[in-house]
Design a binder for this molecule. Sequence first.
Ligand SMILES: Cc1cc2nc3c(=O)[nH]c(=O)nc-3n(C[C@H](O)[C@H](O)[C@H](O)COP(=O)(O)OP(=O)(O)OC[C@H]3O[C@@H](n4cnc5c(N)ncnc54)[C@H](O)[C@@H]3O)c2cc1C
Length: 652
Amino acid sequence: MNIITLSTAIIGTGAAGYNAALRLARTGDSNIAIFTMGVMNSTSRNTGSDKQTYYKLSLAGSAPDSPEAMARDLFGGRCVDGDHALCEASLSAQCFYQLSELGVPFPVNRYGESVGYQTDHDLRGRATSAGPLTSKLMTECLSREVERLGVTVYDHCQIVRILKDDMGEALGFVALNTAAKEGEERLVRVVCKNIIWATGGPAGIYADSVYPLGHVGSTGVALEVGAKAKNLTEWQYGLASVAPRWNVSGTYMQVLPRFVSVDSDGNEYEFLSEYFSDLGEMLSRVFRKGYEWPFDSRRARDGSSVIDLLVYRETKLRGRRVYLDFRRNPAGLAELPYDRLDEEARKYLENAGACFGTPIERLDHMNRPAIELYASKGVDITKEMLEIALCAQHNNGGLDVDLWWQTDVPGLFAAGEAAGTHGVYRPGGSALNAGQVGSLRAAQYIARNRAGLPSEQAAITMRDQVEDAACGLNALCDKLLANGQEKGDNTSALLSEHRADMSACAAAIRNVAQMKALIEKDRALLSQFDSRVAATGSIGLARAFSLRDALITQITVLSAMINYVDAGGKSRGSALYTAPDGQSAAALENEAGGLFRYVLDDGALDTVTQTLYYDEEGMECLAAWRAVRPLPEGGGFFENVWRTYRENGNVY
Ligand SMILES: Cc1cc2nc3c(=O)[nH]c(=O)nc-3n(C[C@H](O)[C@H](O)[C@H](O)COP(=O)(O)OP(=O)(O)OC[C@H]3O[C@@H](n4cnc5c(N)ncnc54)[C@H](O)[C@@H]3O)c2cc1C
């Protein structure tokens, strides 16, 4: 069988994967290649927002800033390891300037300063943006450079199994060639010394999701080989349209659209007014949702996150569909009572000259591209309502990595959203920075300490192991296809069912009893996978492996959430854990049957972090808590730094 032998395989064609490849290619390593489920499928290439943010050191004006100050702010996100915070701060300028040099149009003023603005959880104005499609532009510029450097990209390759040797070191993987035609070899076999896992966030575990369609992530494959996870409980959820998937943040909220729910008979309700007796207060909270986008448990009682809860109640508890209507004002008003808005909202709309007309007229006035964006995706919000839900957007946790973004499986590195270097809160835009820094760190370490092809002797053993695994996987594929011939493809239906269950009980609103039931359901399906799952064609097979990955990831994420509660964890970040003795969000309480009762976090677990292993044998997870690694002192005496730098580049 044809087996590809490499020094390093990079998995994923998002901004992190491309940067890893670029950095390694520049060291002169010609034995690297990229493997991807879909060159065009990444979150980086397909997502964006009102003004998609990139977070970096302040590089303009007289605002005082330093790597240490930025590291402190990242570290302040809670449950963050200090070494990651310092690396992400120290290397942010280098990574940012590379992107600018490669052509990402980050704005500079006439004197060349990269002027910034303040984003959420940021007091220094460190954010910048190249517009609504910053990550797309990053991916395009990075991929052009990777192509110019001649790196091979294997498209339509879904890695389904990572392998390690007797010493526990990664040795290669098997991928499904999702473009294989009938009769063609369906599995790709690779042996290599290093794998950089840049597979993005585990998007495929949720139904209500603003990750782009086509991106599912593959954290489960890495968990299955024994990589440890960290902070898996920490996510960001927020309001987003479901078709197309897009955050309805910023001006979409600030123009004060009508929130409408529709029942199965087609009856429409303006449900926000059931909760808010004061129209001015209701509109002010909707306005604030614009810049307080992620659901935040601290704002669940008296703040803008009540809006998220009300949407959740309509969709999940009442079984209705929720829409934004930009064509008419809330409450059937021809003119909104702007004088009843809170000062901030009123002043903003006055300054924008937008105290008039309907939501769509205000949007047209303040941000016409926001209308055009939906039009470019086939939705005319001037004529139709836009369906929304409370959606998963980002996993702050992920695979646990060391100072060089290596997992605890030697040779397996993780970068980008697959790596868990953030904590409970993170400044807006820091995900894109972390992806660039992490991929750079992994490449630096590999180039210095793990370069070159596997030895011929090692490669022979590695090939045998990869071939053995491929045989087993081939047999599984045959079985799934035989099931498919017998009863038709059920992979889509199973995925939808398990994802919907996860969105209902383990997203922004988390219910331990329901989570326990879901784990059992996941385990049952996983243990009978080859008899219950049925696939047709290569697409069906690909979905079957995505389902397998999703089940493993769900079991691990659910275990993390349950263990967090067992450890005394309370509602924090973007999650509200149901607690019968807790406070409730007032009028929401009655119908929700206690679901919205919660106790707010007291910070007791801020300086520790939860890690977790998935145990393949028993399909159980092993959780542990450790103190976060402190923020290193940084800096250093120049001559000393220089001496060790000459010896080993300080890469150790
Ligand atoms: C709506 C939205 C708005 C956002 N806004 C911001 C923002 O303003 N600022 C910010 O910093 N972040 C933002 N983010 C987050 C940020 O966009 C992502 O974290 C980032 O793009 C992830 O990049 P990545 O390279 O890690 O992964 P991705 O871009 O997701 O790429 C993953 C790649 O891995 C491949 N892959 C996955 N599994 C496999 C497998 N088994 N085999 C082979 N290939 C595989 C995929 O096909 C894909 O090519 C936003 C996210 C969303 C969804």
